[in-house]
Design a protein around this ligand. Structure first.
Ligand code: SF4
Length: 444
């Protein structure tokens, strides 16, 4: 085949034939590597194809060779947004910062770029790295994905052990109002972040707490964002809750097939949840509440078919819809499974992807340099005021043995970083961390 010309390669790219254009650029660069514009174009195509491990070195080299070229003005923002859409926020920040620095004097970035740059920028309240004494190494911190501020997850109700962990020792009962108030006062006094979020849930169903609306009001009176998550099986205080107007409310929906829902939630049925969703919409409207409601739709195998129906229901009710593949928990059970301990678990009869498969897949692209968001950006407080290692664990050995109100934040952090379970969790690739753009094959 004859060598392509530059014009032919560009024409292929402009016509949308990116595979052929990439081949042509690669051929031209092999013949003469001193062509940063072609390297840039090839990098952009590789990025478009999701081949970030190839794209980023090409783009970096092109930038180093020819970063002053005006052509970059159009390109920097697009590269940043593409990386953001791929979940690679640290890389997106790098390129969007360059876009901001290169914006012509007297002009500003487009609002969408400015908003994205703000979301992916490192947080002042987080040290950029941390030493882990258990593992004898330093981890980088990344921009939190789950929240744009520090998170306190308060289990206002302690419930019976989950089905696959009957032997777990957990505090039970309702959190008392005085304890709750003391916790909020300490959160305000410590100011770990400018305006930390308070989530009134972890393992227990918060709607079972008889004073939940008052608890929401107490959070909001202190000027803090209040988030809830519920399976919406209970409606007794729904109207009062809508009046209390939490900032965000997640409805946790275990599939959209009645037989499957009943399997995931004993003593409940999907028809009740759907009725309660409509009731919630009605009560929020009555109260004029601006609560952002979203449906965390746990999708089981074969669940793709149910997505349009849930999407349409959410559209009708003005709720956001976030499908997520159902996964196995808690972490202690997952570690048992991966280490070959224990009998086959009945919950595995639920149609989820086998945990070994998805753990292997996620691990293939996970960063090994970054810390776990669940330990650097979250404090989990149990119903009795004690503190857990993170929201992923369940059993007593993974509680820190410290009371939140009596323990300074720095001492809680130290206890988390000294806890041995994180090393086990990370060894299995289970920590909540970011993807590594330079691991090959992850996005193709
Ligand atoms: S590393 Fe694992 S156990 Fe430790 S905080 Fe993260 S998710 Fe929890």
């Amino acid at each position: 085949m004859n060598a392509p010309t530059v014009d032919q390669a560009v024409a292929l790219q402009q016509a949308g034939d990116i595979d052929a254009a990439a081949a042509a650029y690669a051929q031209l660069l092999a013949a003469d590597p001193r062509q940063p514009a072609l390297r840039h174009n090839l990098g952009r195509i590789r990025l478009q194809q999701g081949a970030t491990a190839e794209a980023l070195p090409l783009l970096e080299q092109a930038w180093a060779e020819d970063g002053a070229h005006d052509g970059w003005l159009r390109s920097l923002g697009t590269i940043g947004i593409t990386l953001y859409d791929l979940g690679l926020w640290e890389d997106a920040w790098h390129w969007l910062s360059r876009a901001a620095a290169r914006a012509p004097a007297g002009t500003r970035l487009a609002p969408a770029l400015t908003d994205t740059l703000r979301r992916v920028s490192p947080r002042d309240y987080l040290a950029p790295e941390v030493y882990d004494p258990q593992q004898g190494r330093t981890f980088l911190r990344h921009v939190p994905r789950e929240s744009d501020t520090y998170v306190y997850a308060i289990d206002v109700i302690g419930t019976c052990p989950v089905g696959n962990f009957a032997a777990a020792q957990r505090p039970k009962g309702f959190m008392k109002a005085e304890l709750f108030g003391s916790i909020l006062d300490k959160i305000v006094a410590e100011r770990v972040a400018p305006r930390p979020a308070v989530c009134l849930f972890n393992r227990g169903e918060p709607m079972l707490h008889p004073a939940l609306p008052e608890l929401v009001q107490a959070v909001r009176q202190r000027g803090l964002p209040c988030h809830l998550s519920t399976d919406l099986n209970v409606r007794s205080s729904l109207r009062e809750l809508a009046r209390a107007s939490p900032d965000k409310l997640k409805i946790s929906l275990s599939g959209f097939r009645p037989e499957l829902y009943a399997c995931a939630h004993a003593r409940s049925d999907l028809a009740l949840i759907l009725a309660n969703m409509r009731l919630l919409r009605q009560y929020l409207d009555e109260a004029g509440a601006d609560t952002h409601v979203w449906v965390g739709h746990h999708s089981y195998k074969g669940g793709e078919a149910e997505l349009p129906a849930v999407e349409s229901l959410c559209d009708e009710l003005g709720f956001a819809h976030h499908p997520v593949a159902a996964f196995y928990q808690p972490l202690e059970r997952l570690v048992d499974l991966l280490e070959g301990r224990g009998a086959p678990d009945p919950e595995l009869d639920l149609p989820i992807e086998p945990p070994r498969d998805y753990v292997t897949r996620i691990r293939a692209t996970s960063s090994e340099r970054h810390d776990c968001e669940l330990r650097f950006n979250q404090t989990v407080i149990n119903q009795d005021g004690s503190v857990a290692l993170c929201c992923g664990v369940y059993d007593q050995p993974n509680m820190l043995g410290l009371q939140f109100v009596a323990t300074p934040h720095s001492a809680l952090e130290e206890a988390k970083y000294r806890h041995p379970f994180c090393a086990t969790c990370m060894r299995h690739g289970l920590s909540y961390t970011v993807r590594d753009a330079l691991k090959p094959g992850g996005f193709s």
